[in-house]
Design a protein around this ligand. Structure first.
Ligand code: PSV
Ligand code: MN
Length: 385
């Protein structure tokens, strides 16, 4: 693809930001508070709107419930619209209540399962109010010890819960199921991998899709294969982008392994995934770096990986592949990866009436200093608060 076509495709790339990226976060050792951190969902959306203001590529914000619970979701949606953004995916939370110690929808006790399912159904009510298309389901359910519960019975309970939520979805709504092979459970999780998620979505029907969180795989997993496969089957619903070095580190997308992000975006582009209703979201926490710039940098990293993926000379690639030219085919891919796309992206931003360097533009805006002065008193939002 040549530069004008790459720019045209990038204009259509939206990267969703998570409301929780703007709250304080940390590790089990320490949460370091930062000045100006939002105290409610309205302030989180105001910060998210800044990311869109300077990148032009982040027009939607994911909510996490109950972290972002408000009395009036229509008011929150209107607040977002006034700032030029919209509410995106609704992320359910069935992992932070005492009742969920042994699981939520897979819990051995029916009353706990009922409570968890009711929360998921309420999330769909919120989607009706916000106009959100997607309900994201991540279950912390699992076991720490062999024999602790019946692995098969837990799958039955999971299927039952998913059936009930699926039946509640409107015509235009979807549920997207996230998998994770460990944490908080360490022996077995109830949706450990893409195969399990895929099998459940297949049984449910076309409104059920799979979420690929890049931090939820064992080291060395070929994530781009999973992406290619799910896209081919029409089941890739969303990404939770982030970087990992060791565990589910939730670091800035493309920071640990920009080449992996490129390989993923290459499969997305090849599989028609830029135009298939896939939600590209960041699922990150900025523990030690400032949060709004952390999000801006992440959006830019996804844009850069996508630009490189779009620059792949697909005709040359196909020809080399068909001729069995191993090194030739690899070289086509590497040529694209090694291209410096920053000037192209700067040009695109200028064409869109934006500053060419979003990081600098935000730093110069004085917004960070302004919120640090204004947001005094009240309780700062945090991951899980
Ligand atoms: C779980 O680790 C997860 O990736 C899920 O998407 C949660 O909703 C999110 O993190 C919370 O940060
Ligand atoms: Mn996630």
């Amino acid at each position: 693809m040549d530069a004008p076509l790459v720019k045209a495709a990038l204009r259509g790339l939206s990267i969703e930001v998570p409301s929780w990226a703007y709250g304080n976060s940390g590790t089990r050792f320490k949460v370091f508070g930062q000045p100006g951190v939002p105290r409610d969902p309205f302030e989180k959306i105001a910060d998210a709107a800044e990311v869109h203001r300077y990148t032009g590529a982040a027009p939607t914000v994911s909510l996490h419930l109950p972290w972002d619970e408000v009395d009036d979701y229509a008011e929150l949606a209107a607040h977002a619209a006034e700032r030029g953004v919209a509410i995106g995916v609704i992320n359910s939370n069935t992992f932070q209540d005492d009742d969920y110690m042994l699981g939520s929808v897979c819990h051995p006790t029916a009353a706990v399962r009922r409570k968890a399912i009711d929360h998921l159904l309420e999330c769909v009510d919120v989607m009706d109010a916000t106009g959100s298309r997607d309900l994201k389901l991540w279950f912390a359910d699992g076991l720490n010890y062999p024999g602790q519960d019946d692995l098969r019975a837990r799958q039955d309970r999971l299927a039952e819960a998913l059936d009930e939520v699926y039946a509640r979805l409107g015509d235009e709504q979807r549920m997207i199921l996230e998998y994770k092979f460990f944490e908080p459970a360490f022996y077995a999780t109830d949706v450990p991998d893409w195969g399990t998620a895929y099998a459940h979505t297949l049984r449910l029907g076309p409104k059920a899709k799979v979420v690929v969180d890049t931090g939820h795989h064992a080291p060395g997993t070929n994530i781009e294969f999973i992406v290619a496969f799910l896209l081919r089957e029409g089941r890739l619903g969303a990404f939770d982008f982030n970087s990992r070095f060791y565990a589910d580190d939730d670091l800035i997308a493309g920071a640990a392994d920009p080449f992996q992000l490129f390989r993923i975006m290459h499969e997305v582009a090849q599989g028609g995934g830029l135009d298939a209703g896939v939600n590209f979201m960041l699922d990150q926490c900025h523990n030690i770096e400032p949060k709004i710039p952390g999000q801006i940098r992440s959006v830019m990293n996804v844009q850069e990986a996508t630009a490189k993926a779009l620059l792949v000379d697909t005709d040359a690639l196909r020809a080399a592949q068909a001729a069995g030219e191993v090194l030739g085919a690899n070289a086509v891919l590497m040529d694209a990866y090694n291209t410096d796309v920053r000037p192209l992206l700067a040009e695109l931003r200028e064409e869109q009436g934006l500053e060419p360097d979003p990081m600098r533009a935000f730093a110069d805006s004085g917004y960070a200093e302004k919120i640090a002065l204004e947001r005094v008193g009240g309780a700062q939002a945090g991951w899980g608060a």
